[in-house]
Design a protein around this ligand. Structure first.
Ligand SMILES: C[S@@+](CC[C@H](N)C(=O)[O-])C[C@H]1O[C@@H](n2cnc3c(N)ncnc32)[C@H](O)[C@@H]1O
Length: 196
């Protein structure tokens, strides 16, 4: 049974919101994070984290030796995330309520910088990627996991989706080199970048 709620807030372009349980059938965050190489002790930045679909599993995986930074502009979503972090006593995660365009936490601190179905949502995705390039360790990677550019009954409308070719162009402009670009399944692609 699908639980579909109409959305009337700032997620206007997302026509439906699915329950986390329903979403997990399409996207398993633990599996995705493990497949991109996230490990205990790493430093991970979740850009456009919302209420933590990827942040919470990432915080569990990196553990007490690791560190997670979670960035979003949605105060309500971040409050929910903070509550969940607190209830699990995940003290390794810092929540940052600012536009990703304005955030450079520090130079060369991250092993993995992650965009989970979000790059197309930023006002200035090029600036966001340039910031990521600054924050990335020399051997770190940037991962963009997003909806394939096609019409589908679920997910954001076709017009706002980014094709893999477009993301590669943006990333090159931001000083990044592509490592891989893969179609994951009927809905999603996963792309990986490193610094030049
Ligand atoms: C489709 S949601 C994806 C959230 C999350 N990565 C996930 O997979 O559940 C997009 C998120 O991007 C956030 N967002 C949009 N523009 C932003 C910006 N300029 N800076 C930071 N976050 C932004 C929204 O508030 C929203 O939470």
């Amino acid at each position: 049974m699908y639980i579909i709620l109409p959305v009337n807030n700032h997620h206007h372009h997302h026509r439906f919101v699915y329950s986390e349980e329903e979403r997990r059938k399409r996207q398993n965050p633990e599996h995705i994070l493990e497949s991109i190489g996230l490990k205990s002790g790493m430093r991970f930045i979740d850009v456009g984290c919302n209420d933590g679909f990827f942040t919470l599993p990432a915080a569990r995986i990196v553990g007490s030796e690791g560190k997670v930074f979670a960035i979003d502009i949605d105060k309500t979503a971040l409050a929910k995330l903070s509550e969940k972090l607190l209830s699990e006593q995940l003290v390794n995660t810092t929540v940052i309520c600012r536009p990703a365009e304005d955030v450079i936490i520090d130079n060369e601190i991250a092993d993995i910088i992650f965009y989970g179905t979000v790059l197309h949502d930023f006002k200035d995705p090029l600036k966001v990627l340039k910031n990521a390039s600054r924050m990335l360790k020399p051997d770190g990677i940037i991962v963009d996991y997003d909806w394939r550019r096609q019409n589908s009954p679920i997910g954001p409308p076709y017009e706002i989706r980014f094709s893999q070719e477009y993301v590669e162009q943006l990333a090159n402009e931001a000083g990044l080199t592509i490592i891989s670009s893969e179609v994951v399944d009927s809905n999603f692609y996963s792309m990986t970048f490193k610094k030049h």
